[in-house]
Design a protein around this ligand. Sequence first.
Ligand code: ADP
Ligand code: UDP
Length: 238
Amino acid sequence: MTDPVYRRVVIKLSGEYLAGQQGFGIDQPTLDRVADDLIAARQLGTEVAVVIGGGNIVRGVEVSSQGVSRTTGDTMGMLATMMNCLALEATIERKGTPARTLSAFVMPEISELFTRTAAHKYLAEGRIVLLGGGTGNPFFTTDTTAVLRAAEIGAEAVLKATNVDGVYSADPKKDPTATRFDRLTHSQAIEGGYKVMDATAFALARETLLPIIVFSIAEPGSIGAVLRGGGHGTVVAG
Ligand SMILES: Nc1ncnc2c1ncn2[C@@H]1O[C@H](COP(=O)(O)OP(=O)(O)O)[C@@H](O)[C@H]1O
Ligand SMILES: O=c1ccn([C@@H]2O[C@H](COP(=O)(O)OP(=O)(O)O)[C@@H](O)[C@H]2O)c(=O)[nH]1
């Protein structure tokens, strides 16, 4: 088997995908399948940290349009990411692989606080490290969190495991004529305004020289394929 091309990565996992066919919350069979992929990826030898979204439970913008403030809605969204982390942590550990959730918020009864030291320690122990609570600040996304944490912990790439198999010229779910890019520079991704990731995430990745690989999580084994330098997706780099 080909060796992995990355020593350490941050994988951004779509919250929305975890809802499976039910459209809301956590679909356990989907979570089991994703956990298997993450465990297989870890077994390749790459250190794996995971940032999970919260879109399967709460998106700040959506709840704030219904009557709570944006900052409260975003806080709810960040707490939703913690719920996803706890569910994924329990699922990974049930399968016999050690995991550890680190939170952006102080919540000692539930999780240890994220620090670079703690992340490095648990990664070196071979655990899959789950980073919950987003950046801890409203008005940001978990995509930006993934790039931020990758830069903080010295990861070599951000793997965005999502509902589409790459960055397209337009939203492929709305425009059937959209075409997929194999490769883009960070600047092209920002200038193109492609909504697959927010501009803040692309800008921070440009600043910190981090490649982002956008690919579909729906394909079993896709994480491992990307880690071995292959797979089917869009590389945003340079
Ligand atoms: N130019 C584009 N290329 C690819 N996907 C796009 C594009 N514009 C919008 N999208 C949409 O972005 C979605 C992925 O982004 P997002 O909903 O933030 O995913 P995630 O749940 O992984 O955070 C896709 O489901 C796709 O419909
Ligand atoms: O640093 C962060 C990260 C996330 N969020 C909130 O958490 C929600 C869930 O994250 P996201 O939408 O990125 O999840 P995904 O689309 O990946 O499921 C967002 O809508 C925001 O409301 C936030 O306020 N700050």
